[in-house]
Design a protein around this ligand. Structure first.
Ligand code: GRF
Length: 200
């Protein structure tokens, strides 16, 4: 039997990917459980959702710490205290330092709304539309010190339709994100996907 992995999820806002992961964790036999949700934004809507689901939550506002190192140390302590096996960034809007990503190497993943390596960073939907791209999508990747640059774990593509605007395209991609992220977590938890030279 596969051991159940303990997930810490980091959010900054809406938290719809977090919700998709929480839903997946309710499925019988899903090999992970959410033990902690952290946010850098105490007003994040996703925190209310996590609270309502009975998940432990904690907020770490960047402004409450002297520097990024102290901020990240506080988050790392909470993650370690919760005995998290895997950290899932889900709309977490802080760029993490090389020290932090190295500390959790192979145990920290992110979902990004583009077919990486295309459109790293922000405003991915607008950029894909401006380029006249025919396809777009989302990626789950291991997080390293480079922005949206770590090894890709899984991707899902969607068509860009002639009438699409940013909103319609974002919605089509988001639907796929909600399928892709729980599936990628499942594959990591079962050991089907491993970080290069590392095991969970
Ligand atoms: C998603 O599009 C995700 O790919 C990106 O930030 C957005 C977060 O949305 N990293 P939500 O908070 O999960 O609803």
């Amino acid at each position: 039997m596969v051991e159940c992995k303990r997930l810490a999820i980091a959010i900054s806002g809406r938290g719809s990917n977090m919700e998709a992961i929480l839903r997946a964790c309710e499925e019988p036999g899903y090999p992970a459980e959410v033990v902690l949700v952290i946010s850098d934004n105490p007003s994040a809507k996703g925190l209310e959702t996590a609270d309502a689901a009975g998940v432990t939550t904690a907020s770490f506002r960047r402004e409450d710490f002297n520097n990024q190192t102290d901020h990240e140390e506080a988050m790392a302590k909470a993650i370690e205290a919760a005995k998290s096996d895997l950290i899932c960034l889900a709309g977490f809007m802080q760029v993490l330092s090389a020290e932090f990503t190295k500390k959790f190497e192979g145990r920290i993943i992110n979902i990004h709304p583009s077919l990486l390596p295309k459109y790293k960073g922000l405003n991915t939907h607008a950029r894909a539309l401006a380029d006249g791209a025919k396809t777009h999508g989302c990626s789950v990747h291991f997080v390293d010190a480079t922005l949206d640059g770590g090894p890709v774990i899984a991707q899902m593509s969607v068509p860009i339709l002639p009438d699409d605007d940013e909103e319609s395209l974002a919605a089509r991609v988001l639907t796929e994100e909600h399928r892709l992220y729980p599936e990628a977590i499942r594959n990591i938890a079962t050991g089907e996907i491993t970080f290069p030279n590392n095991q969970l």
